[in-house]
Structures are given as structure tokens and as C-alpha cells.
Design a protein around this ligand. Structure first.
Ligand code: ATP
Length: 247
């Protein structure tokens, strides 16, 4: 089977600054792949290229072996099944978790239907099941402003999941979370990976160790190495440029 995502020689040049210098990377079905590396390595830029926010200057990103994402607009990429949760919050705080998910569900269908369509029973059930899954069922009718930081992040993830993506991109999903919230987030990601591949930029090495199926280390716009967390920890180059600095 073709990998769900395949990046070939991806380059990004920001007015002469080469943020990505030929990235090759594959994400398999149901994989939880963590992208790690020092600040400025190009991790976020790579997510930006995959979701169409930044255009590559060279190379290709293929999705499910059939679609060339690098030729598509951000909106078309979403329609093909790539979801991106950004670090900046995008939930409506005055609305409830249920209402936020309702909006996210309708967004998939376009603005007019969002205004006029009534939800079917099946759609309502789908939202309730998702609320259960992201641990927000009991607070589903409270204003989202009353949620904890972790709960808000899970709602954001839920708003991506309601679109039924085949690849979910997350940028530092546990930043600012408590220990318990981190564990719950990891468990949620494992649950999500039963249906969808997940590509995560992360700096928290304990979290990476606990929840990764594969780790890719980036450095200066390139992939330095990839493997299990044990394998990459053994790699001397990785220790020199990244892990060694943290200890
Ligand atoms: N729009 C832009 N214009 C110019 N340079 C940029 C732009 N976006 C990112 N860069 C630069 O590209 C490099 C890679 O940035 P990127 O945010 O991808 O790194 P990162 O690995 O995600 O780092 P961090 O872990 O700090 O988030 C950095 O040197 C950054 O300053």
C-alpha cells in the first residue's frame, strides 16, 4: 500500500533563506509520526507546505499515492482529507463545544449550507459520539470559555476530526497542558490513529517516547535521521545537534 503522505525533495526558499533544503519523508497509514529537531529546523514550515499554507519552491508532496498536494489550494487539500490544528486557538469561546463542532461540521459543506441547513439526527449523533471521544460530553452545553486549556485543545482537535481527515497535522499539541492532560492527549492521539495518520511537531521528549510509532529528526531544513525513539537517541549526530543540548 502507498504511504498516506510522501514528501520528495521538498524545498522552501523565503527570499533567499532556504528553510527546507530537500526534505524526504513518508507517513504510513495509522502511523503516529513525531517531527522533532532544534528551533528553526523547518518543522513548522514542512507542516505549512503539506497543508498548502506555504508553497514549496521545489519538490512534491503526494497524498495517498494519488494526489499532488503541492499543486492544490489550502481548501482543496482539506477536502482531500488533510486537517491541520494550528497552535493559535480557533474555537468560538462564547459558543458551546457542541455548537463549535456543529459549525466545523457545516464548514465542510460550504458557507451557504452552513447558514441554512438543519442538522439531521445522524449528524447530531456523530457530534455527540465525538464529544464523548474527546472527553467533553459532560460539558458539551457549557460556554467554551469555561473549559480548561486542555479541554479547549481537545475541542480544537475535535473540530478537525469532524471533517473525517485521513491525515491530521498537529503543532505542539500539549504545550501548556498539565501532566494529566498530556497523558489524555496522548491517549486521544492513539485512538485517532486507529482511523487516521497523525504527524506531530513536538519538543517534549517524554511525550514523544510514550506515544510515537516513528520519529523523524530535522535539522537545518533537512531530515537528519528517522527511526524509533531508542534509535534516534543512540544517534550521535542527533545528540550533538538536539538531544544533547537539552540534558
Ligand atoms: N515566512 C517566513 N519568512 C522568512 N523566514 C521564515 C518564514 N517562516 C519561517 N522562516 C524561517 O525558517 C526557519 C524554519 O522555521 P520553522 O518555524 O519551520 O522552524 P521550526 O523547526 O518549526 O522551529 P520551532 O521549533 O522553533 O518552531 C526559521 O529560521 C524561520 O525563521
Amino acid at each position: 500500500m502507498q504511504p498516506i503522505l510522501s514528501c520528495r525533495d521538498v524545498m522552501v526558499d523565503f527570499s533567499g533563506f532556504k528553510a527546507l533544503q530537500g526534505v524526504n519523508l513518508e507517513v504510513d497509514h495509522h502511523e503516529i509520526l513525531f517531527l522533532i529537531g532544534p528551533n528553526g529546523a523547518g518543522k513548522t514550515t514542512l507542516l505549512d507546505v503539506i497543508c498548502g499554507k506555504t508553497k514549496s519552491t521545489n519538490g512534491e508532496v503526494r497524498f495517498a499515492g494519488e494526489v499532488t498536494l503541492t499543486k492544490l489550494s489550502e481548501q482543496k487539500i482539506v477536502h482531500h482529507g488533510v486537517a491541520r490544528k494550528f497552535q493559535a486557538p480557533s474555537i468560538f469561546l462564547q459558543l458551546t463545544p457542541f455548537e463549535n463542532l456543529e459549525i466545523a461540521m457545516k464548514q465542510k459543506k460550504g458557507f451557504l449550507s452552513m447558514l441554512f441547513a438543519k442538522m439531521t439526527q445522524t449528524q447530531e449523533e456523530k457530534i455527540e459520539q465525538l464529544l464523548e471521544r474527546i472527553g467533553l460530553y459532560d460539558v458539551r452545553h457549557q460556554p467554551s470559555s469555561s473549559l480548561s486549556h486542555g479541554q479547549k485543545q481537545w475541542l480544537e482537535i475535535g473540530m478537525q476530526l469532524i471533517q473525517e481527515p485521513r491525515l491530521l497535522l498537529l503543532d505542539e499539541p500539549i504545550a501548556g497542558m498539565s501532566g494529566e492532560e498530556r497523558t489524555k492527549t496522548g491517549q486521544l492521539i492513539e485512538e485517532i490513529a486507529k482511523e487516521c495518520s497523525v504527524l506531530i511537531v513536538e519538543h517534549d521528549m517524554d511525550f514523544v517516547r510514550n506515544f510515537s510509532t516513528k520519529v523523524v529528526v530535522m535539522h537545518e531544513g533537512k531530515v537528519l535521521c528517522e527511526g524509533s525513539m531508542d534509535e534516534i537517541q543512540e544517534n550521535e549526530e542527533v545528540r550533538n545537534v538536539y538531544l544533547g543540548r537539552k540534558g
